[in-house]
Structure formats: structure tokens, C-alpha cells
Design a protein around this ligand. Structure first.
Ligand code: SF4
Length: 489
């Protein structure tokens, strides 16, 4: 830890307009840097290994886990097939309990709704709990920019998200937003905020954060949360978390706003018994997280807790266009983060390399679908296709198959380079025709000769260097099995 005393106190207001906009293009360049970062690998391994060990133990101890997984898949399938009616049911149930419902087509709609609400309420401070949906639309930055006249202070109150916000950084993992930071770095960030040097131990840092954030909860005019699930039949919004900030955000400020992706719906309350059990085990390796919050409308008459006013924003932002397509399964995701933890690419690059709110295998699938194939063209290739992601997914999303479909779509849309496209088409033709295959092998044997050294193909120039720089590619054998068979060898 650095020993110089920070000059002054810093808070979230100082971070306005520091630009944490996501930039999806350039995965390969960012990944190269990340792969060389030893500290990053240590931090990633610390978090992912611990989480995976917990996941394997808790799911392994649940004999009905495979059955729950299947049920989860079918519930999501049914939900998506009838999403319109479940959304109406959810909206009616929330309104019946005195809440307000707004259907937002995109991030712009969400920003406008919350901005106008803040104006009407004369809000100055907004306290937020962890929400990937609001990260996805960069709510904080856009609210501050579009409603600069309101002079809003928007404070993340999840500990990791707050630290990321103070650092002008953004989350690198769905569940562990600052897993890329070590304790010393956290101590440095919080010391700058405190205006005094804080020791790098968890108790002291947490005590400082608790004190500072409590002031924000008490000052907040509006609380914003995301939702892990929304129950259509009751209008209940469920958040699954390990920090108490979620409860404070939903009940201390007079106004509670929920920003929920439309795919987070489940039809029935009993469906939660499937998803909550899978989510906590897969996400953090716990049987159940410390807090599972259920909010159904604003505070009712005679009730002690809850906001005076509650607003549910049901956000589409590109999701509905996936319904009924070959990519619909991407909407089944419950954001447990398990596919990130097992992914050999994510484990080397971390989340920032993806340049998107969503990283790892689900990020590589959902980002091109939401942002466009062109902008996110590298992401479907950020996979070894080992299938570990599909295997670990508690909802049974065939992630590696979706990645293959996205690659295929790139070829069809002419997004991959012409040379690459021609190469794969040629490869396909060769593999389909025995005569072309035999001729190809003969040509290959001759062509490889200058590149073979010590029994393997050495680094080659041009487009093949990406492979041969880091891998020993075995050369084609002098004789194929068929040739040897024919010759009786
Ligand atoms: S795709 Fe599956 S494993 Fe990955 S975050 Fe979503 S639910 Fe979890």
C-alpha cells in the first residue's frame, strides 16, 4: 500500500463524467494485455476457485440438482413463450398493490423516466444497489449528463460496486464486481475517499464503508435496485444478495425504483424455490445467500417497512427481438456468473477485456445479440468451445452452441474477413469430398515442408501466426492410416 497521505476527501460526485462507457470493440488487444498480467490472474483465481469449490460442494450435496436444472429450463422456456401475458400479469399485480409500472423500450426510456421522477420529487441523492440492468444502460453517467441541472448524486451502495465507482472503474464479474482488485488497491481507493490512510484489512475497510454509506442511505431521496426475479402472479420483486444494502435501498428512501430486464420474470411464486436454490449455489457456493428480499409494491397501510412510492421499470433494450429465435435461450440466464468462473478464456483475461457489462461466455453470447454482431465481432471467438460453460449453467443454456451459431451468423452476414470465410468454405468442401480430402492432404504435405522444425510446425507469418505463435501444431503425417493399410504396413 502507498504510504503518502491522500490530499483530500473524495466522493462519488468527483467521478462525474469520467466516462466508464463500455467499449466492446478491441477484445483481442485488451485480452493480450490481460493475459500478461500476473496479478490479475492471481485475483481471478482466488475468487473463481473458491466459488467453484463451493458450487461443486453445495450442488453435489443436492441430489435433486439435475432435476431442478431441467425444471428451471422449462420454466424459462414457458415464460418466454408467453412473455406478453406474464408481463401484463406482473404489471397488473404491481398496480393492484399501489405500485407504478413503466415499460421501457431502451435505456433512453429508463433514463428519462427516472430523471423526470427525480425532478418531480426534487431529489438530490440517489442510492443504488447492485444492478446489471442499470450497468448495461450506463444509467448513472447518462442520468448525470442528461439531468445535469438536477445536480444529482448517484451512489452505488453494494460494497464492490461502490469501490469500482470511486475508482472510476467498472465491474469485471457479474457476482464479484471488483475481483480484479486486491486488498491493497481497495485500501488505497478507500483511503483517498476517507482523506486519511486506512489499513488494508477487511474489518477497518468495511467499517469505513459502512459509516460512509449509512450517511448516503439516510440522505437518499430515491433508491434504485435491480431484480433477480419478478413474480408475475404476485407482482413480487426478488433480490438475492449477501449485503444488507439492498434492504436499506428498498426501505429507507421514500421512493423505490426497480429496473428489471423483461426476461427476469417467473410465472409463479413457487418457481422461486427452483431458481433461488440454483442461483445461490451456482453463484457463490452458498445454500442460500444472506439476504433474499421480497418486495411487493410500496409500503401498505399499517406496514412498518417499505417505500412510500414504488416504480417498476420493465426494460426491453433488445431482449424481445430474441424471442422465438435460435438465440432465445440466452434470455434464460439468471446471472449466476458460474460460466465465467469455469471459462478458460475468462480466467485468463478477466472481465474488462470483453468491454461489455456482461463478460465470460454469457457476455460473449448476449453482447453481440444486444449490441450487434459488428461491434462485438471478436466475442463469439473468445471461447475454446470446451463446453464447460454449458455444463455448469444451472439453467442448461447451451452456451457453446450459441457461440457457434453466432460465428455462423458472422460468416453469413459477411462480418468475418473474406479470406477467412473463403478458407472455411474451402475446408468444408474438402472435408465433404473424399477425393478433395486426399488431394488436399497431398498438397498440404508439400506445402508444410518449409515450416516443419523439430517435429512440429513452427511460428508462421500472416494470419496463421495467431495459432502457430503459441502452439506446437503437429504436421501432417508422411503416410495416412489408409495409405499404410493399403501398403500392409
Ligand atoms: S449463462 Fe448460465 S452459468 Fe452463465 S451466468 Fe447465466 S445462468 Fe449463470
Amino acid at each position: 500500500m502507498e504510504t503518502s497521505k491522500p490530499a483530500r476527501q473524495k466522493d462519488t460526485r468527483d467521478l462525474r463524467h469520467e466516462g466508464i462507457a463500455s467499449k466492446v470493440e478491441g477484445f483481442n488487444e485488451r485480452a493480450k494485455k490481460a493475459v500478461a498480467d500476473e496479478e490479475l490472474h492471481k485475483s481471478i483465481a482466488l475468487f473463481t476457485n473458491k466459488t467453484l469449490t463451493g458450487r461443486n460442494a453445495t450442488l453435489g450435496a443436492l441430489p435433486e440438482a439435475p432435476e431442478l436444472r431441467e425444471r428451471a429450463y422449462h420454466i424459462k422456456q414457458e415464460t418466454m413463450a408467453n412473455l406478453d401475458s406474464y408481463l401484463s400479469q406482473m404489471a397488473e399485480a404491481v398496480e393492484a398493490r399501489g405500485g407504478n409500472v413503466f415499460f421501457a423500450d431502451d435505456g433512453e426510456d429508463v433514463v428519462r423516466y427516472i430523471g423526470e421522477l427525480a425532478r418531480r420529487r426534487g431529489a438530490k441523492v440517489i442510492a443504488k444497489s447492485k444492478s446489471m440492468a442499470t450497468e448495461e444502460i450506463e444509467l448513472n453517467r447518462r442520468l448525470e449528463e442528461s439531468y445535469s441541472d438536477l445536480d444529482l448524486e448517484i451512489v452505488e451502495t453494494d460494497l464492490g460496486e461502490w469501490i469500482a465507482q470511486l475508482a472510476g472503474d467498472h465491474p469485471s464479474h457479474i457476482v464479484g464486481p471488483i475481483l480484479h482488485m486486491n486488498r491493497e488497491r481497495v485500501a488505497k481507493i478507500l483511503s483517498e475517499t476517507a482523506g486519511e490512510e486506512l489499513p488494508p484489512n477487511v474489518e477497518d475497510l468495511a467499517a469505513f464503508a459502512r459509516k460512509r454509506l449509512r450517511e448516503k442511505f439516510l440522505a437518499a431521496d430515491i433508491g434504485i435496485t435491480g431484480a433477480n426475479f419478478g413474480v408475475a402472479e404476485t407482482g413480487t420483486v426478488v433480490t438475492v444478495t449477501n449485503e444488507g444494502n439492498g434492504r436499506l435501498v428498498t426501505s429507507v428512501p421514500p421512493v423505490h425504483v426497480v429496473v428489471m430486464g423483461i426476461e427476469k420474470l417467473v410465472p409463479r411464486f413457487e418457481d422461486l424455490s427452483v431458481f433461488v436454490r440454483l442461483l445461490s449455489r451456482s453463484g457463490t457456493g452458498q445454500k442460500i445467500t444472506v439476504y433474499t428480499n421480497f418486495v411487493t409494491g410500496p409500503r401498505g397501510e399499517g406496514e412498518l417497512d417499505g417505500a412510500e412510492e414504488m416504480h417498476l421499470i420493465l426494460m426491453d433494450n433488445g431482449r424481445s427481438k430474441l424471442l422465438g429465435t435460435e438465440f432465445e435461450e440466452a434470455l434464460y440466464c439468471i446471472r449466476c456468473g458460474s460460466c465465467l468462473n469455469v471459462c478458460p478464456v475468462y480466467r485468463q483475461t478477466g472481465g474488462h477485456a470483453y468491454g461489455s457489462t456482461y463478460s465470460g461466455p454469457i457476455g460473449a453470447v448476449i453482447t453481440p445479440l444486444l449490441k450487434g454482431d459488428k461491434e462485438a465481432k471478436d466475442l463469439p471467438h473468445a471461447s475454446s468451445l470446451c463446453g464447460a460453460c454449458s455444463e455448469t449453467c444451472p439453467v442448461g443454456i447451451p452456451l457453446h452452441e450459441l457461440l457457434l451459431k453466432l460465428r455462423n451468423r458472422q460468416v453469413e452476414e459477411g462480418i468475418v474477413g473474406r479470406a477467412q470465410s473463403l478458407m472455411f468454405k474451402g475446408f468444408e468442401k474438402t472435408m465433404r469430398s473424399p477425393a478433395a480430402y486426399r488431394a488436399g492432404v497431398k498438397i498440404g504435405r508439400l506445402a508444410q515442408k518449409p515450416a516443419v522444425k523439430d517435429g512440429s510446425i513452427r511460428p508462421m507469418p500472416g494470419p496463421t501466426s495467431g495459432w502457430t505463435d503459441t502452439r506446437d501444431l503437429p504436421p501432417l503425417a508422411e503416410k495416412s492410416f489408409r495409405e499404410m493399410w493399403k501398403e500392409g504396413i
